[in-house]
Structure formats: C-alpha cells, structure tokens
Design a protein around this ligand. Sequence first.
Ligand code: F6R
Length: 242
Amino acid sequence: MKLIAVKDYKQLSEKAAKLIIQKVNEKPDAVLGLATGGTVVGIYEELIRDHKENATSYKHTRSVNLDEYIGLAPYHEQSYFSYMNELFFKEIDIQAQHTHLPNGQAHNVTEECERYEQLIKALGGIDLQLLGIGENGHIGFNEPGTSFHSLTHVVKLAQSTREANARFFSSIDSVPTHAITMGIATIMSSREIMLVVSGEKKAEILCELFTHGKTESIPATVLKDHLNVTVIADEQALSVLN
Ligand code: F6R
C-alpha cells in the first residue's frame, strides 16, 4: 500500500480529487467505484468545482457504488441513491443511466446481489475504487469477520456502524438494519483502489491497518494483497501511527 500523508481534510480532498480527475482524463469511459459517508464529501465538492472551472467531463464515465441500505425508498433523503444524486451526480455531466447503486428495494435481494455482481463484470470491472474505512476496519459494509472471498451480498449492520451513521438520521431506530454491499472479493477485483482516511476517530484503525497482518477481523487489511492501493491520510488520522 502506498501512503500519501497530507496535512488536513482539505488537502486530502484535493489530492484524492486530483487522482480521480487524472483517471477520467486518461480514460473518459472509466468505471469509477464510488463511496458515500462523511470523508468523501469534500472529494465530490472538489470534483464539482473542477468540473465547473476546468470542464472535466464525465459524459462517458460509468459509476458503481459500494453499497445501499435495504428498505429505504430511493428518494429517502438518507438513501445512498439520494446522497450520490444530491452531492455529486446532479452537479456534473454524468449520464443517469451510467450511474449504478445496488437496489435496496429489490423484491429479491439475493438476486439483486447477483445482478449487481454481473453488472460490474459487464461494465468491464472497476478501474478505480474509492473507499473510506469504518472505525472497526470495515470497507463498504463488510464488517469484521466477513470472508475475504465474499461477493456482493446482504449484510446485517454492526451496532457500531448503525451508531456511527445515526448522525444522518432522526434517531438510531431509523437507521436501517441491513444493507447490500459489494463483497471484499468484488472490491479487490478493482484495478486500482484509493482509501481515504481523515480525523482522529480513524487514527487507531489506521495504525492497526499498517501494523497488523492480514486478518478477516479487520476487513481493510485485505488491501495489503492488492498491488495498486493508495492510502491518503491526514495528520489527525496518522497521529497514532506516527
Ligand atoms: C460508504 C461505505 C463505508 C464508509 C465508511 C467510512 O459507502 O461503504 O464503508 O466509507 O463507513 O465512513 P465515513 O467517511 O463517514 O467515516
């Protein structure tokens, strides 16, 4: 794993956005694996700013998101579908039919997982996957203990993950209990991976990621086996490691 240390969240967002822009310029029809959550918001803001100022175009770019809650209507304000549309897609020139998320309202969620896995294959695989990390080491919604061989699947969210995400909902009880997530093997089949880590709350897990061997109890440690991973972390996130 290559580590890029930056000063703060602003620099992290700028650096990550720069690498994504580079990829889209090199390969306009790139398949971008996208994430939601707090850390990546600044990256989307940078990409939007660049799109408006420098006209980087996403007209031919395709996107697949890591995950989606089960049971929220697509237009529920906390669905990842709404998040992506509000915070990114509607501000750039990506075509709606080129953007993909798992359907958390599918009648048969097992079939939906298979469909999503096939979709990623049909798109030619993911060129660049953007990842955040949970305080427990999760990537996507792959919680500790998830098999490194897992493909897109249904997960029961860890209580700690629901608590961490409760800030976006009216109460913890409104946070969905299940989600569909790309599996660890799905993520690992991406040609390139960029993990962004910011803030003190992530300092312990980032230290564990770099100092621990590979273990399914810390899902992100699987990234050590991937040949093209860049970790971008700010000073606060690096404060335990350093
Ligand atoms: C989001 C996702 C999650 C987040 C992780 C970090 O699509 O799959 O793994 O990347 O929970 O979230 P933040 O950035 O909110 O700390």
